[in-house]
Design a binder for this molecule. Structure first.
Ligand code: BES
Ligand code: MN
Ligand code: ZN
Length: 502
């Protein structure tokens, strides 16, 4: 998809469709008024007809308008101007992108000036337009032999409202594409998207960018490093585990933006369980297919690294993926088995379905060698996070409040919100074991917190935040069933706004 800024006046733009807002009272902005004047008041008459409330989602398509170069005008409800904030703007842009995509209008112009009169600024609107248009255009087709003919969106233009709008469009597009990459990986079935598949995906990513390189550790190398915990998860599967490490070096000098005083990288660590049967602690059958999404943390890391590379951000970033398939089998880990993690700490595996923390802990120990500025792990870790927050929140815990405060703000700014839970010491004793340094589960209560308590024992040497995305990473039902691409927007907001060091 092509995004660009056009200096032409709205009546001169030869698009298939011009999307212009109509406010709740039927009011038209400047651009819509120019079109209205050119078409002898047709827009005003429709706006005032009473046929629509002009809430966001209301839409009237006008064909062959007089006095303008475009083929159609979409009068798009924008609701009340005083209610029109970032959330509303995103809904407006996404809904209208879907509207034009559902019809055959490949060249579309979004009149943003009339929206910009209100709160979200021009840069934000342009970036969001590109993000929402990319996300709206994504279709999962990879494993479908027959697909309906779909309309395409080839190019989207916006008026030249401010400086650096081109850059904002590129930024939004990279975020949207990063989300779609994460969605595609999440949607692929477990028989295609294996740990080695994720590794090859990372290799291909690295091939396409001079600033990216990749290391893939196989099981023999992990055994050498003593990653007994990660390996215990893959023991029952014929698919070999992989630890994928993508290095993005974009900081101008050793002293890079946000990369700490000496170019220290931000490290992202994604849970990459390509299918989670539960292992010997087998999950019930109902909706077990959804456990192909158990690598959405990994997918968000790959989507984010790809977006950072596309934008050539001046930062140092490491994207790690701990990839394994959790299966029962003759060699599978059993409840009661005790494994030794890379850190030397021993773990009594009381439930083989609490496998995410087992792969993450060794990846987190490995991350120490990069002397990270901070580490963020992203994982579809607990059903308890879904029970408490449904699909809306990324659930956050960690050991550095300043880091978490930044992430909370980034969640608000990107509309990919996070909510913090307490990581109080009182919860730690739920992990006590009579036979090992810790158990891998903490009993019935506070499952999301005790999972983070487990991880906290592997993050003592750096600033760390954990995002449990079990609820936010996918939609479970109906036409929307599939991966969401979250929290790529949150992670990108964070990386785009790393503080400048001097
Ligand atoms: N991948 C699941 C978490 C999950 C469950 C995500 C349901 C989305 C929906 C994770 O590996 C898991 O099975 N967690 C267990 C932990 C328990 C055994 C302590 C859970 O949440 O039930
Ligand atoms: Mn599990
Ligand atoms: Zn899992």
């Amino acid at each position: 998809m092509q995004f660009s800024v056009t200096p032409e006046s709205i009546t001169e733009i030869p698009a298939d469709c011009l999307v212009v807002p109509v406010w709740k009272d039927g009011g038209l902005g400047e651009e819509a008024s120019a079109l209205d004047a050119a078409d002898s008041g047709a827009l005003g008459r429709i706006a005032a007809s009473g046929d629509y409330l002009w809430d966001i989602g209301d839409a009237h398509l006008l064909h062959g308008p007089e006095g303008c170069a475009a083929g159609r005008i979409l009068l798009a409800g924008a609701g009340a101007p005083e209610d029109f904030g970032a959330m509303e703007a995103a809904k407006y842009l996404a809904g209208n992108a879907r509207f034009v995509l559902a019809r055959n209008m490949p060249q579309v112009h979004f009149a943003l000036a009339d929206l910009e009169a209100n709160r979200p600024d021009a840069q934000w609107l342009a970036a969001r337009l590109a993000q929402e248009a990319e996300v709206a255009a994504y279709r999962y087709t990879t494993t479908k032999a027959s697909t309906k003919r779909e309309a395409v969106l080839e190019s989207v233009t916006t008026p030249a409202l401010a400086d650096e709008l081109e850059q904002a469009l590129r930024k939004g597009q990279a975020i949207g594409r990063g989300m779609n990459r994460a969605r595609e990986l999440g949607n692929l079935p477990g028989n295609i998207c294996t740990p080695e598949y994720l590794a090859s995906h990372a290799r291909e990513l690295a091939d396409g960018s001079g600033k990216l390189s990749v290391d893939v550790l196989d099981e023999a190398q992990m055994r050498e490093l003593g990653m007994g915990s990660l390996l215990s998860v893959a023991a029952g599967s014929v698919e070999e585990a992989r630890l994928i490490v993508l290095h993005y070096r974009g900081a101008r000098e050793a002293r890079g933006k946000g990369a700490g005083d000496d170019g220290k990288p931000v490290v992202l660590v994604g849970k990459g369980i390509t299918f989670d049967t539960g292992g010997i602690s087998l999950k019930p059958g109902l909706a077990m297919d959804e456990m192909k999404f158990d690598m959405c943390g990994a997918a968000s890391v790959l989507g984010t690294v790809a977006a950072v590379a596309e934008l050539q951000l001046p930062i140092n970033l490491i994207g790690m993926v701990a990839a394994a398939e959790n299966m029962p089998g003759g060699k599978a880990t059993k409840p009661g088995d005790i494994v030794t993690s890379m850190s030397g700490k021993t773990i009594e595996i009381l439930n083989t379905d609490a496998e995410g923390r087992l792969v993450l802990c060794d990846a987190l120990t490995y991350a120490e060698r990069f002397e990270p500025a901070c580490v963020i792990d992203i994982a579809t870790l607990t059903g308890a996070a879904v029970a408490a927050f449904g699909n809306h929140a990324n659930v956050m815990l960690g050991n550095d409040q300043a880091l978490m405060d930044r992430l909370l703000q980034c969640g608000l700014d990107s509309l990919d919100r996070a909510w913090q839970l307490p990581l109080w010491d009182e919860y730690q004793k739920q992990l006590d074991s009579n036979f090992a340094d810790m158990a891998n589960i903490g009993g019935k209560l506070a499952g999301t917190i005790t999972a983070a308590c487990f991880l906290s024992r592997y993050t003592e040497n750096f600033s760390w935040a954990h995002l449990d995305i079990a609820g936010s990473a996918w939609h479970s039902e109906g036409a929307k069933k599939g991966a969401t691409g979250r929290p790529v927007p949150l992670l990108m907001e964070f990386l785009l706004n790393l503080p400048e060091k001097d």
